[in-house]
Design a protein around this ligand. Structure first.
Ligand SMILES: [Zn+2]
Length: 151
């Protein structure tokens, strides 16, 4: 039943993107990250949907929106393991699990206030350790993915 309902929601989109499998506590962070409060297109935000994979999940559907790789990387940092579906002319043209890459470039702020990246106009680089910890390439400061601040 759930599957059919989901298919209907996706099918209703002519062109755009669907972000699925969002943890319920991350839904509004994602909405904020994507500036959905200012989005002029049709947006559907659903939360606490039943899910077979997770107990409850959130879903965001944005008409006319196609994410850049940079935006996708940001989404992955805030919310690893979400699923992205791209629709063109009512057809699913892409469906993929978004995973965190090994290197995160210029998305997250370093938690070390004296790190050079916080004091010079430059990009930040982090290596991802064990999917939960980021390590700054410049100062070596480690921070948990749960407590990151976006640049
Ligand atoms: Zn640093």
């Amino acid at each position: 039943m759930e599957h059919n309902k989901e298919q209907m929601m996706v099918a209703a989109l002519e062109n755009g993107s669907v972000i699925d499998h969002i943890p319920t506590d991350k839904l509004w962070t994602i909405a904020q990250l994507l500036n959905l409060d200012k989005c002029p297109e049709e947006v559907v935000i659903a939360n606490n949907l039943e899910s077979k994979v997770m107990t409850r999940k959130g879903l965001i559907k944005i008409s006319g929106k196609f994410f850049s790789e940079e935006e996708i990387s940001k989404l992955a940092v805030v919310c690893p393991n979400i699923r992205l579906t791209v629709i063109r002319n009512y057809e699913v043209t892409e469906k993929r699990q978004i995973n965190l890459s090994d290197t995160i470039i210029n998305i997250v702020k370093c938690a070390n206030p004296v790190c050079i990246t916080n004091n010079e106009p430059m990009k930040t680089y982090f290596n991802v350790k064990d999917l939960t910890t980021l390590k700054c390439r410049y100062c070596g400061k480690e921070q948990s993915l749960d407590s990151i601040k976006l640049k």
